[in-house]
Design a protein around this ligand. Structure first.
Ligand code: ANZ
Ligand code: ZN
Length: 810
């Protein structure tokens, strides 16, 4: 057969569309698999990273369909966000038009790859019907106290003119444009992800072995749980008068070091620091110092030398009663613990550096040779009630003492911060809140949703166009009916990607009337296999886990975790660097499809590397994939048409025929392991190639036909178009089903043995099982005669079914 990729692919893509091959069945009694690839941003064109991601997802989907499962593999677009607006500013095209035109084009590209996505459930997150439900979630979360408004210092990107979440700042730079992030105080809405910190951490344990350990560790660190003691340092009388407060709280993970405290330090943003800054008590010089620290971004502070200033006030040590000086220091984080710490320079690196610089006392309280000594092991000294104790005992004793005396308590702290979701941009979901002079901040009435984005805006790049849109901005208060103003900030687009997977799981016919149709969502959720880039290890994957739990608690969803299993695919490289427009090393998927066809592209991508690893683009390997498909077509003439597999008596076959069958069934055996756990498609493809070669080394038509049938079955998830074409010719598409292994193929009368001489592997030999140990040793000796030479044989060791080791002298 002459291989004509273009016609074949067009033909089968048409068939799949017309027969609704890719649509899941509405039969909730069938076993199901929900396979999901991370949906794309509609930037305009697919890149090779997408092709890789979706080829993996489609291979898994097709495999499970062939195994008789009801498969949901949906697709959609994460279609709100800044690039659309930036394109609008640059090319004077409306973000909506730009977005939906891109979506139309990308759908064509996805179709051209033969990806079996459900079309009924296609969605774009900028659809008003999507906005409607997420605004409802927002309001329900607000009613539950999971959304709140506050003014806070936020990450501000001047280039994108918007606030960024902590998760969206990478090394002090904007995750989108790379511009330096500034600190700016601004009001905004926050989602209380911190309320779920412990559960988010706890549930990670259940994901072990099912999610990459790297992702689990990154999330653990990001959540950053630590437990310790919190207590109040009381001021001495004169400081109390100056500040007008009793004291301040500190958090320590090392209560055992309490006798080593020689000063306390407050963050520059700490309330008490601010009070002093606005008072007459501290000198202009001290104020200058504080102001200079306030002007540093957290990132600058991290790399800056330790710096600080004495605030002229003192606290009383809770156990010794001694005076402790209070400093303001640049290494104290305003947003962690209480923004204040007890410093133990002898046993903490940062406290030590600071003490050396400002000549503060260093009290050693754990036996050690060198300072600072930051380990926990060692006996406590100079520590009154905990003298002689080790870390565990000392910690417990101090915590008990504080708790029993009611002056402190054991607490757990998290690094995780609440998620700021306000964005000062147009192309996003409006935050459904209203500001009323009489009622304050009021949630919109659910009946009024969606609060849709107006289309008639002028996008200039300066300020938020919604602020200048009178009919959007001016509204009636949902509570008192008076004139009010609508919130003009829009939501972080990660809000949309935090629940799209559950929306897909809901029957599309219900989308008008409900966020989720319970029966459908309970059947499909959770996602059996999620596939996407490791770059989402924290951001999206943490937010999605949080949403799943919130939506569960709001009664929408049942499960606690959205993604049962996660596969993070590696990057696509060319010339050793990640393919990117800026480096100019991209390969356009459309061109590869036009030249070779989608099957070649898919085969190359799945053959070149295991999916978790980086994939280096290689033109000659693409050519090789194309040649393999051609060879597969050529071989079709060796098989005959049939509707039932030939009945083969394995025992009656000759060696080459038996070997060919063995290779075919080995590939079949491998397929379940590959599709169900390891995902090393490359090894399966290699096994199919080997099987095809083995078939070619024999002439039995029955063996050919059976082998060819099975190989097409195994390759269908990878190269679907040509597999359907060839199958249809020969077998009438009957072979896309579960094929049982045949045990007799694996039963052999011979065994393979390795032969080693003095422990070094020298040869391999196939021997008849019925031979005695002695006979076997004699045969193997002749095989390695050249390594034995004239040397004396000292020992002959036979490890049954494995190897023979010959030990010689010299
Ligand atoms: C005394 C001490 C002695 C501490 C010692 C450590 C070692 P993790 O483990 O990351 O949770 N700390 C508390 N609040 C802070 C803040 N707002 N900014 C910067 N540092 C702060 O860190 C907890 C430890 O970091 C606390 O335990 C505190 O120093 C400091 F040998 O207290 B420790
Ligand atoms: Zn009102």
């Amino acid at each position: 057969m002459q291989y004509n990729a273009k016609d074949i692919e067009y033909k089968w893509q048409t068939t799949w569309r017309e027969t609704k091959y890719s649509e899941p069945k509405n039969d909730y009694n069938l076993p199901k698999k929900y396979i999901l690839s991370m949906f794309p941003y509609p930037s305009g064109r697919l890149h090779m990273g997408h092709v890789r991601n979706y080829s993996i997802g489609d291979a898994l989907s097709r495999y499970w369909r062939n195994m008789g499962y009801n498969v949901l593999q949906p697709m959609g677009f994460d279609s709100f966000g800044m690039p659309a607006e930036n394109a609008a500013i640059k090319h004077k095209i409306h973000p909506k038009k730009w977005t939906y035109e891109n979506i139309d084009y990308m759908i064509k590209e996805l179709d051209a790859l033969g990806l079996s996505f459900s079309k009924n459930r296609l969605l774009a997150t900028s659809d008003p019907l999507y906005t409607k439900w997420e605004q409802e979630f927002f309001i329900k979360m607000y009613e539950k106290g999971l959304v709140y408004r506050k003014s806070a210092v936020v990450n501000w990107c001047e280039n994108d003119q918007t606030v960024l979440a902590n998760e969206q700042v990478e090394d002090g730079k904007c995750w989108r444009c790379g511009h330096d992030v500034e600190q700016k105080e601004m009001p905004g809405y926050y989602l209380k992800i911190t309320q779920y910190a412990s559960e988010l951490l706890e549930c990670l344990k259940d994901l072990e072995g099912k999610w990459p350990s790297q992702v689990i560790t990154m999330q653990e660190n990001w959540i950053g749980q630590s437990s310790g003691l919190e207590f109040e340092f009381k001021f001495d009388d004169s400081s109390k008068d100056i500040v007008g407060e009793d004291g301040f709280m500190v958090f320590t993970t090392r209560p055992d070091t309490i006798y080593g405290v020689s000063y306390c330090a407050l963050a520059p943003e700490h309330n008490i620091t601010k009070k002093l800054l606005n008072s007459e008590f501290i000198s202009a010089e001290v104020k200058e110092k504080i102001k200079s620290m306030l002007n540093q971004t957290p990132k600058e502070r991290q790399i800056a030398d330790k710096d600080g200033v004495y605030l002229g006030i003192n606290a009383i040590h809770p156990l010794t009663g001694k005076l402790v000086p209070i400093w303001c220091a640049n290494f104290v984080l305003a947003e962690y613990g209480h923004g204040a710490l007890m410093a133990v320079p002898a046993h903490d690196e940062r406290d030590y550096e600071f003490a050396i610089k400002f000549n503060l006392p260093i009290n050693k309280i754990i036996e050690c040779d060198e300072l600072p000594y930051c380990q926990k092991s060692g006996k406590h000294i100079n520590s009154d009630i905990i003298n002689g104790m080790d870390y565990d005992e000392a910690s417990k004793t101090i915590i008990n003492h504080f708790q029993n005396s009611n002056i402190g308590k054991e607490v757990t702290n998290y690094k995780l911060r609440d998620w700021g979701i306000s964005r000062q941009r147009y192309w996003g979901a409006p935050i459904p809140m209203v500001h009323c002079d009489s009622c304050g901040v009021v949630a919109e009435n659910i009946e009024n949703l969606p609060i849709a984005l107006p289309d008639d805006v002028e996008i200039t790049g300066e300020g938020n166009p919604l602020d200048k849109h009178a009919s959007f901005k001016h509204c009636k208060c949902p509570k008192c009916g008076k004139n009010a103003t609508r919130e003009t900030d829009t939501m972080d687009t990660f809000f949309e990607s935090s629940w799209y997977f559950a929306r897909f799981a809901s029957d599309d016919k219900s989308w008008e009337n409900t966020a989720f149709d319970k029966q459908s969502v309970d059947y499909w959720m959770n996602v059996d296999q999620y596939i996407g880039g490791i770059e989402h290890a924290i951001l999206h994957l943490l937010y999605a886990r949080f949403f799943q739990k919130v939506l569960r608690d709001l009664g929408y969803l049942r499960d606690s975790e959205p993604f049962a299993s996660l596969l993070t695919q590696g990057m696509v490289l060319k010339d050793g660097a990640k393919m990117s427009k800026s480096k100019g090393n991209t390969v356009d998927p459309d061109e590869i499809i036009a030249k070779y066809g989608a099957d070649t592209a898919r085969l190359f991508i799945l053959f070149a590397a295991p999916p978790q690893k980086e994939l280096e683009w290689n033109d000659s390997a693409v050519e090789g994939a194309f040649k393999f498909i051609n060879r597969l077509c050529d071989r079709a003439s060796n098989a005959y048409k049939c509707s039932v597999l030939p009945d083969i008596n394995h025992k009656e076959l000759d060696k080459a025929e038996q070997y060919a069958r063995l290779k075919v069934y080995e590939a079949l055996k491998k397929s379940s392991e590959v599709f169900e756990s390891s995902f090393t498609f490359n090894t399966l493809i290699a096994a199919c190639m080997e099987a095809l070669n083995a078939l070619n080394a024999q002439q039995n038509k029955d063996v050919w036909t059976e082998g060819y049938y099975i190989i097409l079955n195994l390759l269908e998830p990878i190269i679907p178009h040509i597999s359907w074409e060839l199958s249809n010719e020969l077998f009438g598409l009957k072979n896309f089903r579960k094929i049982e292994l045949r045990s007799e193929v694996f039963q052999s009368d011979t065994i393979n043995l390795a032969i080693t001489v003095n422990g070094k592997r020298r040869a391999e030999v196939e021997v008849d099982k019925s031979l005695s140990d002695k006979e076997i040793i004699e045969i193997t000796k002749t095989q390695v005669a050249k390594w034995i030479g004239s040397s004396q044989i000292i020992k002959e060791i036979y490890v049954p079914n494995k190897l023979v080791n010959i030990v010689i002298k010299g």
